[in-house]
Design a protein around this ligand. Structure first.
Ligand code: NDP
Length: 329
């Protein structure tokens, strides 16, 4: 038997419920590798799934949780041996396959990556999908040529999961980071992660002009909507914006002006279906470029039950940094 959060829908048209349940291991879905989970996390998408605020759950019942870290308990995949420390991010787990907010999971072996040294399982989930996505954004800016010293780099949704890891990474790499947040009371937190300047997100979140004063060499945006449009409109000539999120909205109410008059580039960042080579690169770079003390500073921990309660909190923008779930506490 094992404990898990379980999303259920008593009838096809009935609203979903989500509760902590004790399940039989026989209920786990088919898959080659059974993992004893030690830590998971609460990502924005998990909060949407748990609360039913967006149609993340594609099957019922569903164990939510788009990522986990743990130890292989049984494996029919020659790539994985009993005792291997593994991490999973994405691939539709926690959406159309049972996920990580549980003490056990069974998944196809190709969904797993080795736990990246020197991280512990808890640290890997402190990073989690949000942090690994932040690294994918940083890699996109780097490959574009946004180098330390080339100008200010804007991070939106800075006090959230993607944002806080992005701030820590970019600062460690030597960029001058401008953190945009609605929680200006978190300015000291963001400066502690390495932000050189903290701005009120109200500067970016209202409808804006097609072009504004050129400010950013690069942008990591986890917010979307007017914020993303304004970030593009204020990116410097030839600069780049990495867009990964929709915390403000899924719309993009901007114009082509920044693209055709300033030659900026908008990179779309997806972590869910990212190929293995890109994942490996991102995890290796996290190991190299993420300061562990800063990771610790942006991580708080909760239980499976606590994750259930934190769902509405993360959607309301009240969770700071990353929320790790110790599934055995
Ligand atoms: P968090 O909830 O931790 O952070 C989101 C942050 O966005 C909040 O903390 C807040 O930051 C800001 N925010 C929230 N609401 C608004 C609003 N109405 N207007 C402007 N800013 C707002 O979520 P995550 O960091 O985990 O995820 C962020 C986004 O990235 C989500 O949309 C998520 O789905 C997406 N994502 C995408 C991935 C991909 O593969 N593309 C992978 C992981 C996440 P502050 O308080 O500082 O203003």
């Amino acid at each position: 038997m094992f404990q898990a959060l379980l999303i259920e829908r008593p009838a096809p048209d009935a609203p979903q419920t989500c509760a902590l349940r004790t399940l039989d291991e026989a209920a786990l879905p088919a898959g080659e590798v059974t993992v004893r989970i030690s830590h998971s996390t609460l990502n924005y998408k998990d909060a949407l799934a748990i609360t039913g605020r967006a149609p993340i759950a594609r099957i019922w019942p569903l164990v939510p949780g788009i990522d986990f870290a743990g130890t292989v308990e049984a494996s029919a995949d020659p790539a994985w041996q009993v005792g291997d420390a593994v991490v999973l991010n994405g691939w539709g787990v926690g959406e159309n396959h049972w996920g990580g907010l549980a003490q056990k999971a069974r998944v196809p072996g190709r969904f797993l990556v080795p736990l990246q040294a020197p991280f512990t399982a808890r640290q890997a989930m402190g990073i989690g999908t949000a942090g690994y996505t932040a690294m994918l954004c940083v890699l996109a800016l780097e490959k574009h040529g946004v180098a330390p010293g080339s100008g200010d780099v804007l991070v939106t949704g800075a006090a959230g999961g993607v944002g806080s890891v992005a701030v820590a990474l970019l600062a460690k790499l030597g960029h001058r980071v401008v953190a945009s947040t609605g929680r200006t009371a978190e300015a000291d937190f963001l400066k502690g992660l390495g932000a050189a300047e903290v701005i009120d997100r109200a500067e970016l979140s209202a409808p804006g002009k097609p072009l504004g004063k050129e400010r950013w060499a690069g942008v990591v945006d986890s917010v979307g909507s007017h914020t993303l449009a304004n970030a593009c409109a204020t990116t410097r000539y030839g600069g780049a914006v990495a867009a990964c999120g929709l915390a403000q909205g899924m719309d993009l109410p901007g114009s082509v002006a920044p693209f055709i008059l300033r030659g900026i580039t908008l990179y779309g960042i997806d972590s869910v279906m990212a190929p293995l080579a890109r994942r490996a690169e991102a995890w290796a770079r996290l190991a190299q470029d993420l300061d562990l003390a800063r990771l610790d500073a942006l991580t708080t921990e909760t239980t499976l039950e606590g994750a259930l309660a934190a769902g509405p909190e993360i959607l309301a923008g009240r969770v700071r940094g990353r929320l790790v779930v110790d599934v055995n506490r």
